[in-house]
Design a protein around this ligand. Structure first.
Ligand SMILES: Cc1cn([C@H]2C[C@H](O)[C@@H](COP(=O)(O)OP(=O)(O)O[C@H]3O[C@@H](C)C(=O)[C@@H](O)[C@H]3O)O2)c(=O)[nH]c1=O
Length: 187
């Protein structure tokens, strides 16, 4: 049986784009969203602790850039099951050669791509059309106390969002810009 998931490295070590190889027939298709066996070499024993699903109604809306601190640091796999989003991860790993760099890619229901985001990255996205649904596989449970975030408009990162950001949560709007005191996340 051929691999159902193809994995491509990005310029940020450990951050990967997964393409789901669909099995189509006259009814439609089947695709694999997660596979312990195929992803074993990356997961290195981590198990999925939580699966979350979000709907974002309006095009141009954005969520992020979120992460969880130790001991709830998490790897997450993000997939878009309806619509199209520009999905972004920022490397916040302390001591990383690419600290502060970002990588973005379009995830859509049609391109069957997912982003594999390792510990030490912040994640966010912007919707490119209305009614976008994402599904997240997380290796740690949600912890409000361990949540952290950086501002998606922070010039220190210079993320090139595809369109003007039309909507964010009050909390996401209020995340401060980082300062030189921010050394990054321990991983
Ligand atoms: C993320 C999360 C939130 N919540 C609660 C907190 C709050 O009351 C409500 C909405 O939370 P938020 O506004 O943080 O939801 P949202 O902005 O969609 O948060 C998500 O953003 C993207 C970018 C990610 O990377 C995800 O991991 C997650 O952080 O849901 C949970 O109960 N469990 C969870 O796992």
């Amino acid at each position: 049986m051929s691999a159902r998931l193809s994995v491509e490295q990005t310029p940020l070590a450990g951050l990967m784009v997964i393409t789901r190889n669909v099995l189509s027939d006259h009814r439609g298709y089947l695709e694999r969203l997660f596979c312990t066996t195929e992803l074993a070499r990356f997961l290195d024993g981590r198990e999925i602790a939580q699966i979350n699903h979000t709907l974002t109604r309006n095009a141009g809306a954005a969520r992020g850039m979120h992460f969880q601190r130790q001991p709830f640091q998490e790897t997450k796999i993000v997939s878009c099951l309806r619509g199209e989003v520009f999905d972004v991860a920022v490397d916040l790993r302390k001591g990383s050669a690419t600290f502060g760099k970002w990588y973005g890619t379009v995830l859509s229901a049609d391109n069957h791509s997912s982003l594999y985001i390792p510990e030490g990255f912040a994640h966010g996205f912007q919707t490119l059309c209305s009614d976008c649904e994402l599904i997240y596989f997380h290796t740690a449970p949600y912890s409000a106390e361990a949540e952290g975030a950086v501002n998606m408009l922070d010039p220190a990162f210079g993320i090139e969002w595809p369109m003007a950001i039309t909507e964010r949560s009050t909390r996401d709007e209020s995340h401060p810009f980082i300062t030189s005191a921010f050394e990054g996340l321990e991983t």
